[in-house]
Design a protein around this ligand. Sequence first.
Ligand code: ADP
Ligand code: ZN
Ligand code: ZN
Length: 747
Amino acid sequence: MPEYANIVIDISHEKLDKIFQYRIPEALRTDLAVGMRVSVPFGAGNRVTAGYVVGLTEEASYDPEKIKEIKGLVPGSIPIESQLIALADWMRENYGGTMNHALKTVLPIKQKAAEKKQRFVSLAVSREEAKEQLALFEKKHYTARARLMSALLEQSPIPYETVVVKWNISFAVIRSMKKMGMVNVEERRLFRSPFGEIPQEGQRLALNEDQRQVVARIWQEWQQGCRRTYLIHGVTGSGKTAVYIELIERVVQAGRQAIVLIPEIALTYQTVARFYQRFGERVSILNSKMSAGERSDQFERASQGEVDVMIGPRSALFTPFSDLGMIIIDEEHESSYKSETLPRYHARETAIARAGMAGASVVLGSATPSVDSYYKARKGEYVLLELEKRIDEKPLPACHMVDLREELRRGNRSILSEKLQALMEQRLSDGQQVMLFLNRRGLAGVITCRSCGYVPKCPHCDVSLSQHNNGKAVCHYCGYEEPVPETCPQCGSTYISGFKAGTQKIEEIVRARFPKARVLRMDYDTTRRKDGYEKILSAFSNQEADILIGTQMIVKGHDFPNVTLVGVLAADLSLHVGDYRAAERTFQLITQAAGRAGRGRLPGEVVIQTYTPDHYCMRLSQSQDYKRFYEAEAAYRALLHYPPCGHMMVMLVASGDEMTATLLMELLAGKIRKAQEGGKLQGLSIIGPASPPVAKMKDIYRRVMYFKHGDYQELVNIKDVLEQFVARHHEFAAATIQFDFDPMGGF
Ligand code: ADP
Ligand code: ZN
Ligand code: ZN
């Protein structure tokens, strides 16, 4: 039974580090929980103030004599901060890391910086009256007053400075007009609007039958007070966004709010405009390019009830809505929903936890659901809903598979296959557009035989080996290594090496082959500048270019009606990234890329170029058969106990001192092995310790170890024990230990 509570008094960004400990009175011991609001005596005068419980403990961290006692619970409804604090506690428990990390992730950052206030001048009379007055002023040659009136008739309110500077009107004139009751001068908090000018019209779509059914199912349960997690599996272009908008509208009409998570990369003008057209100023967006001030403005607006819908990447999940009714996660399979910094939370699971606390539903959507989500949907944990057809029954594009080994055999060494070249030629002469997608994910280090497609794999883990600088091929899970072969063990060819060809190189090749074509390239280099991304997309959308070459950036959610050909240049490259999700990611990328073709009036075609056409992932992405892909993939995961058929936890030990990192890792690994030998930790398998892909980062040495268990909670327990062990052993103060559950990228 916990006797002490850790409490934060002021939830402003800077003060989070200051946590005070209080004794819990007997009467509260069984009921007190993290997130609750309590009143406590504070400071030298023991002024009674409110605070939030952020932790419970049995041991006092200070002299117990000096610890004050909690006075009681603060009555009334639970404020939103309580819910977010409880969520932080859930995240700390499920993903590791400290409460501080978790709190800083979930709590709205209140900026200390002065609020921007601005004075505005506005019309205090009707337009008719203003027009009469204007005529009167003009007649009397009161030119300054006339100027102000006509300016306000054009726009009202106008910032005070503009009136003075641009319209050259003196303070005296404004003051006397105010006295006359003609104008108002008001101070307003200035919220920096994230939107430029988006016209708020656009016609309403009438949903088709399939869309209506999905909406009806979710809405019916929502109205009955049944809150669940839904997975909408809808092919690309099946109208998922229209379904989200319809649902949100109903939630908002019911007086609740909604959060829409969208991967940052798909957060384009196009998408935002669709929401804005329906919800106007009641929708707000977050993105990572915003300053802290801009973000906190948006959160502030949300907590003051000025906004009903928040759209943004992962972090929008923590929008302080007081009466959240629905969370939507579009492209739910995206790996960007997993945080790569502490706490390493997954937005999907965290959304479900928050929805549980808020009484909200969760709607996940994807054309290629994550294996995790589909598995849960199959087990009945989520409700599976399907949109099987594109809007207006537009056909999915026809997919051609090209075997790059054949091309090499025929003497074509170009990255553009003959088939692709021929189709490109055709499109260019027909005035249609082409997208070329280079699958670059995990390119570094993948070893392939260009002649037969052979890829060396770890004999223990069945993941691909990666080329390290030392000339070795290494397994990132278990540390197994062998020399990089000089000739292919399968076919004897010498064309075996790490793959090298960037988007820039491809642009050169394309320009040389099609000198008349207008080519755009979108990659890290060309989008670094602010707006670079948006500019390239809009140029392509306005048909200022014929060919767009890019990395994963170009495959997300864009709607280019004139694109009728998509080329996937080296489709299988991401298949050989050394982790168990490689096939899943590859299938998703190919399907999403293919989904860009034929969205307009004209049907589309896709060319998938690969060295391994027989791999199930290649065959099934050609037919865009998600379900069969899922079956094959789930079978593989089950065989090797990879998530979702079991869970995985990675432990990272890092230290500036190599010896310390190695020693601590050996000690922890030894502890686990000993427990296993003693018959404990049933069902646990361990892999490693090993060096992660980046074994040394910024002069910090890193070691990893993998744990697999069917029960997530068992892994959480192991994490707790190891964390506490390290905290007790001060000789390892120079080392840090971190965990990642069901890793997406890993350390
Ligand atoms: P998804 O999100 O599944 O890829 P979208 O919601 O973007 O699909 O819809 C694809 C296209 O179809 C968009 O241009 C959208 O405006 C249009 N659309 C969606 N629903 C309808 C509908 N019921 N009637 C006509 N057009 C629709
Ligand atoms: Zn070979
Ligand atoms: Zn291995």
